[in-house]
Design a protein around this ligand. Structure first.
Ligand code: GLP
Length: 260
């Protein structure tokens, strides 16, 4: 792991340059410390490719070191509208398969927005999600990926700093990125329920994972561009305990910042 060299000085407090595996070990170790200190810790979780290695490492810690997730409380960032929790393409199904079941989480303590909630109940369901997070004591640590367009969760460009859990329209590039998982672009839902920027920023710690060249522009914009709704991930710079774990490819444009 390389916390310093090759990155501009002003980025070093927020960015760790490392491999996907090193990031997974570091973030999982941090979660393990949190859970050992407080077995009912509250985790904010993400789906997508970026956190998969973290979840695999948490599984290893569960099986090999007896890390107990039985009382841990979780809140996922987002879910596609129109997908029931048992739909294999849902984020609930992803979490169940990758983490919740194999690592022994209590299903009653795992929360994912309900994508199948009827329109008439949408607003109250989103408000209830916010209340549940607050009622659990707030998020101790939020894991985040970052979209190619700088989104976090499904907070697409245009999402304001004070946004909370709500229904959003998905950006064309986000739907295009999801087409593989749904078989075709047409099959990708057009909307999702997502925690808002303010929800995410309320977490006590935020750990962002970004790997590969496709993330280089978003990572650079988030860390060095203007802070604002055009690049929702830029709002993360307002948080006092945020760390981006990025590999060489995702950091490519950050090194260019230094050499200017
Ligand atoms: C989706 C998710 C985000 C995720 C992003 C990046 O849009 N809603 O939470 O961060 O994709 O996904 P990946 O990690 O697969 O690159």
């Amino acid at each position: 792991m390389n916390e310093s060299n090759q990155l501009p000085l002003q980025l070093q407090s927020r960015v760790t340059l490392c491999s996907r595996e090193e990031a997974a070990r570091a973030v999982a170790a941090e979660i393990a410390t949190l859970v050992r200190a407080r077995p009912d810790a509250v985790l904010g979780l993400a789906t997508g490719r970026s956190p998969i290695a973290v979840y695999a490492e948490l599984l290893r810690l569960h099986h090999e070191e007896g890390l107990d997730f039985g009382r841990v409380v979780t809140f996922n960032l987002d879910e596609y509208r129109g997908l029931a929790p048992d739909d294999p393409r849902s984020f609930r199904a992803f979490m169940r398969a990758r983490l919740f079941e194999p690592a022994g989480f209590d299903p009653a303590r795992t929360h994912v927005p309900d994508g199948a909630v009827p329109d008439a109940e949408l607003e109250s369901a989103c408000a209830a999600y916010e209340r549940a997070i607050a009622g659990a004591g707030g998020l101790d640590l939020q894991i985040l990926g970052i979209g190619r367009n700088g989104h976090v969760g499904f907070d697409e460009p245009g999402s304001p700093a004070d946004s909370r859990t709500r229904s959003v329209a998905l950006a064309p590039e986000t739907r295009a990125d999801a087409a593989g998982a749904f078989g075709s672009l047409d099959a990708v839902p057009r909307a999702a329920i997502t925690m808002g920027i303010a929800t995410i920023l309320s977490a006590r710690r935020i750990r962002v994972l970004a790997f590969g060249a496709t993330k280089a522009d978003a990572v650079c914009a988030a860390l060095t561009g203007p802070v604002g709704p055009d690049v929702p991930a830029s709002f993360l710079r307002r948080h006092r305990d945020v760390r981006f774990f990025v590999d060489e490819a995702a950091a490519a444009r950050l090194r260019a910042v230094r050499s200017r």
